[in-house]
Each structure stands twice: as structure tokens, then as C-alpha cells.
Ligand binder design. Structure first.
Ligand code: DX5
Ligand code: ZN
Length: 226
């Protein structure tokens, strides 16, 4: 499984998001990550399905929507209709996780479940065979530009081991504080989709292509996870 970069659009220049998406595609990124925050589940407000819908005609990249909403279940169909190729919902705050995952798949999107830093991997035991990806938060969700929490590395390793032992093919995504310094340890542990925000790709005054190249060089382009 090759390693994908998934730049997080909340960290882009919102006065020119289409240009950012084009530059990221030209730089060889595979996924774009859209962080939906509602001011309840996390203490920040960002984007909703209308933004995703507005961006959809302007990019052929995979649109990955990370729902940080108190009522994520109310918006799955809206994000899918807006053009999401994958949708992830948090373990925390979603008691009917199996139902949400089934609904994401019914919409034709890849289904992911997100673990906050303090949530153990073991809580996914029953649902892991149904997942297309697991998102390991390596910061407490809510803001771009936070520091990578090393506890995420162990959880990525656990998921990598489980994936091998059970013969599953879910992707392992990591989100928060990824940089040329922190990404190599996440990839070595088994991560294969790296969300990249203000800590790596969207750096003031630096062309996006240069930031992406630095990340790809740090992890080794096309590198196979351990
Ligand atoms: C944080 C979001 C992230 C964020 C990552 O809650 O889920 O996707 O934008 O940004 P960086 O890479 O700056 O930590
Ligand atoms: Zn995210």
C-alpha cells in the first residue's frame, strides 16, 4: 500500500481554494482532506457540505471528509451528495457507529472511523472488519498547527499489526502535527494516509509544491509502510 498525502483544506488560503487544489494535484497529492467542525463536538467552526459541493467541480482528487460534529449522522448523506469520496466519523459521541458506517457505505463512499488521542484502538475490535480506513488523531481535534502527540505512533503500530493478523486492507490515516520531522515515524509504524495542514504543507510564503516535495522526500515517495 503506497503512502498518500491528504492536505487539509482548512489550512489553505480560503481566498483561493481552487488554486490551492490545482497546485496540490500538480504536486502529486492523492487525497484532499476536509475538516467539518461544528463548534460543539470541537471548539471551532469550519466548513460544511456546501463548501465541499462548491469545490467538487474544480478537482478530480479524492475528497476525504472528516466529520467533527455532535450529530455527524445527520450529515452523512449531505456530504456524500456534495461529492465526498470518503467520510469518517468519530468513535466518540457516536453510539450507533455500525449504523453510521453502513450508511456511509450505502452512499457509495469509503467509510472511516476516527479515534481521539485518548481512545484506545481496542474499542474498534467489533467494527474493524467493516472499515475502509481508521483515522488516528495525533492532536486533539479542533485546530490546525498543533504539536504531534507521540502516543499516536503506538496506536498506528497496533492497527498495522491487527490489519496483518486479520488479513484486512483498511487504510491507516494519521491527522495532526504531521511534518517532515514527525511523518517518518508515523509511516514506519504503518500509517499510509498522512493529513497535512499548517505544520507541513500550508506554510506562509512557501509554494505548496515545495512543501509537498519536502514531505514526500521525508517519507520516501511511494514508500511501502512497514
Ligand atoms: C485537526 C484537523 C486536522 C488539521 C491538521 O483537528 O482534523 O485535519 O487540519 O492540521 P495540522 O497538520 O496543521 O496539524
Ligand atoms: Zn482532520
Amino acid at each position: 500500500m503506497s503512502v498518500f498525502l491528504a492536505p487539509s483544506m482548512i489550512a489553505a488560503d480560503w481566498s483561493r481554494p481552487v488554486e490551492a487544489m490545482t497546485e496540490l494535484a500538480e504536486a502529486g497529492c492523492e487525497w484532499l482532506h476536509f475538516d467539518a467542525m461544528d463548534g460543539h463536538f470541537v471548539p471551532n467552526l469550519t466548513l460544511g457540505p456546501m463548501f465541499v459541493e462548491a469545490m467538487r467541480p474544480h478537482s478530480k482528487l479524492h475528497f476525504d471528509c472528516h466529520l467533527m460534529l455532535a450529530n455527524s449522522g445527520d450529515y452523512i448523506e449531505a456530504f456524500a451528495k456534495a461529492g465526498a469520496d470518503s467520510i469518517s466519523v468519530h468513535f466518540e459521541g457516536n453510539p450507533h457507529l455500525h449504523r453510521l458506517v453502513s450508511r456511509i457505505k450505502d452512499c457509495g463512499a469509503m467509510a472511516g472511523v476516527v479515534l481521539n488521542p485518548a481512545t484506545p484502538v481496542a474499542f474498534l475490535d467489533a467494527i474493524i472488519p467493516d472499515l475502509d480506513y481508521v483515522l488516528v488523531m495525533s492532536v486533539n481535534p479542533g485546530f490546525s498547527g498543533q504539536k504531534f502527540l507521540p502516543l499516536a505512533t503506538k496506536k498506528i503500530g497496533q492497527l498495522h499489526r491487527i490489519r496483518g493478523e486479520l488479513g484486512l486492507s483498511f487504510r491507516i490515516q494519521v491527522d495532526g502535527g504531521m511534518s517532515p520531522q514527525t511523518a517518518p515515524q508515523a509511516v514506519a509504524a504503518g500509517a499510509d494516509v498522512l493529513v497535512c495542514g499548517a505544520s507541513s504543507v500550508f506554510i506562509a510564503g512557501q509554494p505548496l509544491g515545495q512543501s509537498v516535495a519536502a514531505m514526500r522526500a521525508a517519507i520516501g515517495v511511494g514508500q511501502e509502510p512497514r
